[in-house]
Design a protein around this ligand. Structure first.
Ligand code: G3H
Length: 260
């Protein structure tokens, strides 16, 4: 049986400057212990301007926290003002890069082709994509959440090999639950996460699908994570707002328990 180590990834979005990032990461490092890290992978996804600060702390103090970027360019270098390449993230020691977050899709008009190009860019630089997908409220009201999410998955994985996809992380984030306080029920999360895993088995094979970590994201807090983590196809969470509060984030990393 494949064992998937749970991943709790804190997406800071456009919050915390590089000094605040240092204080924040130190608080996490102080609160989390080896027992936590043995049980769960803890990642932070700071703004680009914070990555060097986080890298310095993680390397200097040998922290077991992993980190990554919130986006990357589809291109590897050149005249792309304002962009950050996969090579730059890799050089900063990033493990992960978030791709296709609904806020990128909505505010930067990133469609499945752009998301797919970014997934390939991540793999060119040995970064692990955290591929975000999920339906909006209109789609949910029509009951089309599974078909919609699977179509986004298909689009993002075009020409991605089985070897590459084995390391991917997928984050199912229903847009109506992001930052709204309206968390999907554990059954809602399982319905789509289970369908995503079945689709991976169809696109690749059952063994590959069984090894992929699928996260839920959308208003995750310390008091609702336990039910979500009890679902068989949910392997962790992508956490926005609550990841900005170290105490709350640590509680999530412990699946709602206050301490070990
Ligand atoms: O990337 C994280 C998601 O957008 C969830 O954000 P949230 O936890 O603030 O709802």
């Amino acid at each position: 049986m494949t064992v998937r180590k749970p991943l709790m990834a804190g997406n800071w979005k456009m919050n915390l400057n590089h000094l605040e990032a240092i204080a924040h990461t130190q608080k996490l490092a102080f609160a989390l212990n080896d027992k936590d890290f043995d049980r769960v992978e803890v990642a932070v996804l700071p703004p680009f301007t914070d990555l060097r600060s986080v890298q310095t702390l993680v390397d200097g103090d040998k922290l077991r926290i992993t980190y990554g970027g919130q986006d990357l360019s589809a291109y590897d270098g050149g005249a792309y003002t304002g962009e950050i390449s996969g090579a730059m993230l890799a050089k900063l020691g990033c493990t992960f890069v978030t791709i296709g977050h609904s806020e990128r899709r909505q505010y930067h008009r990133e469609d499945d082709d752009v998301v797919n190009a970014k997934v390939h860019a991540a793999y060119r630089h040995s970064l692990t994509p955290i591929l975000c997908l999920g339906e909006g409220l209109d789609v949910r009201r029509q009951g089309e959440q599974v078909a919609f999410s699977l179509a986004q998955l298909d689009g993002a994985l075009r020409k991605v090999t089985a070897e590459q996809v084995a390391s991917i992380v997928i984050a199912y984030e229903p847009v109506w639950a992001i930052g709204t306080g309206e968390v999907a029920t554990p059954d809602d999360a399982q319905e789509v996460c289970g369908a995503l895993r079945t689709r991976l088995a169809e696109l690749y094979d059952a063994q590959v699908a069984a090894g992929v970590r699928i996260l839920y994201g959308g208003s995750v807090k310390g008091d609702n994570i336990a039910g979500i983590m009890a679902q068989p196809d949910v392997d962790g969470a992508l956490i926005g707002g609550a990841s900005l509060d170290p105490g709350e984030f640590v509680k999530i990393c412990r699946f709602g328990e206050l301490s070990n």
